[in-house]
Design a protein around this ligand. Structure first.
Ligand code: TRP
Ligand code: ZN
Ligand code: CA
Length: 442
């Protein structure tokens, strides 16, 4: 409720410096003049040869064929798959660990491969479950993800990559029994080690024969990394919705580790809209051989497998080689923006570039708004994805001039890079003003 307000706005009662320049100021372009962050160079990923990925799939198929038609937990085909991948990784210079666990009365195995070097306090993980169901060889589910991650690891070795993050690749056992292997790994990781894992990338079914291109909707930075890759190919993606929590990323997500991943679809049916944008057959499952004996090397779409293998490498290179930007950088917009009296909201933008990861939990917004009755004004900070953070409400009895204040915002769920906006609205008649300047400190 508004307390008594003089009949004339204070701008007319008092000569207020700055207000006279509003008309001119309002026409100025609201570009961000100052972006002080150092660039964050990342190395470009190599092309992952499809033939190499398919050669791994042929080996997984041969292993299944020689071992009763599957590579399931507790069956000899599973251990043979572990041995195959481990031998490749050992020869390539990885430090490998086989972690044993017991499930349903059988010994299970996780394979962990560390690439020497990188910041031990910032571990980037990529993984895939290596077990099949017992009813088939599991070439799409999940030879595809296993082979894509394996060939990406081998590409790291071929490049003799010197990442900024420490890279760790993983192949999980007994996923098909309820994410058993990945849960075992996470549960046995001491909390100090857990907190060093800056991200986990999951690949489960990435070569479905009637493929969709699905990106997990989890950590925004990881998600954007995959979307950027696909944007570069001009291939549309959709958010993965065929069962969030149905693969090993859930084991990581459950303890607060940022996750992401790719998926080409399981038993769900491809819609006609999806067939239009991706090709393939509408009204048919993404993978008609899901969890069945026909999940063989014939059950793979090469284009999907090729794109997703390259996407794995893109994410590992992009997220694994980025140079951290130190805190304290500011991004400012000093262009004046007029705030119409009792009118529509106006915005001023700062473009944040060159940072890595999310915004801090203590993002500082320094706001300088000149106004003759600050109670009229509502101020929000808009993150690049449009999420609004209320900095200041209107108030009927706050008759002071100007809003010159520093607000601290927990923006830790927002990607740092992008167009941040200060949104200002004057919601009561008579007094008016302008955005003088504002800045963000990361
Ligand atoms: N192995 C998974 C499962 O059987 C396959 C799957 C279904 C999946 N939906 C998913 C994998 C969504 C990742 C995301 O449950
Ligand atoms: Zn799977
Ligand atoms: Ca007003």
């Amino acid at each position: 409720m508004r307390l008594s307000r003089p009949a004339l706005p204070r701008a007319l009662r008092r000569a207020t410096a700055g207000v006279a320049t509003l008309a001119a100021a309002g026409l100025l372009a609201a570009t961000a003049p100052a972006a002080l962050a150092a660039p964050s160079p990342t190395l470009a990923a190599p092309d992952i040869p499809l033939a190499n990925v398919k050669a791994h799939l042929s080996q997984f198929q041969s292993i299944a064929t020689a071992n009763g038609g599957n590579r399931a937990h507790g069956r000899p085909g599973y251990k043979a798959s572990i041995d195959y991948a481990k031998a490749k990784l050992d020869a390539a210079g990885f430090t490998t660990t086989v972690q044993q666990f017991t499930s349903s009365g059988a010994t299970g195995y996780n394979l962990i491969a560390d690439w020497p070097g990188g910041d031990p306090n910032k571990v980037l993980m990529a993984g895939a479950h290596l077990d099949s169901v017992s009813s088939g060889p599991g070439i799409n589910d999940n030879g595809s993800g296993s082979a894509g991650v394996l060939e990406t690891a081998l590409a790291v070795s071929r490049a003799q990559l010197e990442p900024t993050k420490h890279l760790r690749f993983a192949w999980w056992g007994a996923e098909e029994l309820g994410l058993i292997g990945s849960k075992y790994y996470v549960n046995n990781l001491p909390s100090t080690e857990r907190s060093k894992v800056s991200g986990y990338l999951n690949f489960d079914m990435i070569g479905s024969p009637n493929p969709g291109y699905f990106v997990y909707d989890d950590d925004p930075v990881i998600e954007k990394t995959f979307k950027d890759y696909y944007a570069g190919l001009n291939v549309p993606t959709e958010i993965e919705t065929e069962g969030d929590g149905r693969s090993d990323h859930a084991s990581f997500k459950n303890v607060g580790i940022p996750v992401g991943g790719l998926f080409t679809g399981a038993s769900r049916t491809k819609s006609s809209a999806q067939a239009q944008k991706w090709g393939g057959t509408a009204g048919q499952a993404f993978d008609r051989c899901y969890h069945s004996s026909c999940d063989t090397t014939a059950n793979i779409n090469d284009t999907a497998l090729d794109r997703n293998s390259d996407a794995i490498a893109h994410a590992v290179w992009t997220l694994g080689t980025e140079t951290p930007v130190p805190p304290g950088d500011t991004y400012e917009n000093t262009a004046d923006v007029a705030i119409p009296d009792n009118g529509a909201a106006v915005t001023s933008t700062v473009n944040v570039t060159g940072r890595t990861g999310n915004a801090p939990a203590t993002l500082k917004a320094d706001v300088d708004i000149r106004h003759t009755w600050r109670g009229d004004v509502v101020v929000d900070l808009l993150a690049p994805d449009g999420t609004a953070y209320r900095l200041k409400n209107s108030s009927g009895n706050d008759s002071a001039d100007n809003i010159i204040a520093t607000y601290t915002v927990n923006a830790s769920s927002e990607a740092a890079n992008g167009a941040w906006k200060l949104r200002v609205q004057d919601v009561a008649a008579q007094d008016t003003g302008y955005i003088n300047s504002w800045k963000l400190t990361f």
